[in-house]
Write a protein that binds this ligand. Sequence first.
Ligand code: SF4
Length: 215
Amino acid sequence: MNCVCDLKLTVREMGLADFVRLYQNQERFLAYCRECDNYGAKWSCPPMGLDTAEFLSHYSYVTVAAVQVVYNEDVIASTPENQVKDVTLDTLMPVKAAFHDAMLNVEREVPGRLTLSSGGCTICRQCTRPDGVPCRQPSRMRYSLDSFGFDLSAITGDLLGIKLLWCRGKLPAYYTLIHALLERKPMDGVVEQVVLRQLFASDECRENSLRDRSR
Ligand code: SF4
């Protein structure tokens, strides 16, 4: 079987106070959240009913980790517009789940760490929030980085040297999943080591995400 895409990991760590000063603009970016279908419909997304400044005040460092799902040129050229959404979901969702689990494992190594996830939670097929029922998996659900009003394009561009791409009638060269880990102490490369070891060795990623669906 041929692989339809490859994965690339980029990680940067910085002080949380500088990160907030440089990249948080709640008024501007939460306005985008209000236009999203996940707004008020996923427990990972706004409105979150918490004081975000107080929430972040418990941490001193942030490690931003981005996984690029990079499509090979043949797949981009041969995927018709009406299959772009399916190929996107089939390739992105298993990587997102494996990345989320790898970040949770980094988090659990030391009490007091906390992961922020990439976009709205996709753990359950149907979120309970529209029914007013508590989250089914609070031990695994994590707030999205977007929910704090962070500028993801600036974070990836400035910190990681990655320009965010979206599909425009065809698959982009790559998609980018962005997670973060909040800590009280410097992480010294731990996130990179664990994610590389767990995500890039993941059979699930290899077998379910990176294989050509058409074969
Ligand atoms: S774990 Fe399930 S119930 Fe909780 S936020 Fe995610 S999708 Fe919703």
